[in-house]
Design a protein around this ligand. Structure first.
Ligand SMILES: [Zn+2]
Ligand SMILES: [Zn+2]
Length: 211
């Protein structure tokens, strides 16, 4: 059994998801806390519920999704885990952030990576990484088979898809990723995207205008 808490952080309104397992351990997907107030919101929640953070996963390393990574490293000694193709985004985050007026604290390079189809256990919860390029190289969606839950990052949104006009973006590749990796999941799968409201695979199969 997993519980999910959603925080919405930074000017780009990124969904930061906190998963808590049966041991009261916490896994963050895209720590996007940017201001000191947002850092405090996150830390106070963890303290209030006595949650020990054990993982930080990235759906991809666009600058809006990694703004809290340096804080997690400093505060909890946690390095992000992601696909190896995200490294170039992490390494250029400082310069890229300044284009958007964001001050990005440097993030130490991850020491462990996930590849397509790889899975691991978070307590009793099995999490599978699905490599879904097209929005940004190294994009991973995270599928919790036993819970019927998908974290889709900026690949698939409620009735929309990720933009493809940024470096390494490609519309055809993105549509193939969604069709081949995500639309093969059960239609009742609940989808938690990187921005906006949750949806389901079945709803997107019927109503997503891009597909
Ligand atoms: Zn993105
Ligand atoms: Zn985003």
């Amino acid at each position: 059994m997993v519980t999910i808490k959603t925080f919405v952080f930074n000017p780009f309104q990124v969904n930061t998801y906190l998963l808590v397992n049966e041991r009261n351990e916490g896994l963050l997907i895209d720590a996007a806390n940017y201001t000191r107030e947002e850092d405090a919101v996150l830390t106070e929640y963890l303290e209030k519920y006595n949650i020990k953070l054990t993982h930080h996963l990235l759906t991809h390393a666009h600058v809006d999704h990694i703004l809290g990574a340096a804080y997690l490293e400093k505060q909890f000694g946690l390095l992000p885990v992601t696909h190896s193709k995200s490294l170039m985004f992490l390494e250029s985050a400082k310069e890229y952030g300044s284009v958007f007026g964001l001050q990005v604290q440097p993030v130490t390079n991850p020491v462990s990576f996930l590849d397509d189809g790889e899975d691991f256990l978070f307590g009793n919860i099995e999490i599978k990484a699905l490599h879904c390029p097209g929005h940004a190289d190294g994009s991973l969606c995270y599928y919790l088979k036993n819970e019927n839950i998908l974290f889709s990052g900026d690949v698939l949104f409620a009735e929309s898809i990720g933009r493809t006009d940024l470096p390494t973006g490609n519309m055809n590749v993105l549509l193939s990723s969604i069709r081949e990796k995500l639309f093969v999941l059960p239609e009742e799968t609940k989808v938690y995207p990187g921005h906006g409201e949750p949806t389901t695979i079945g709803h997107e199969q019927k109503h997503n205008p891009f597909l």
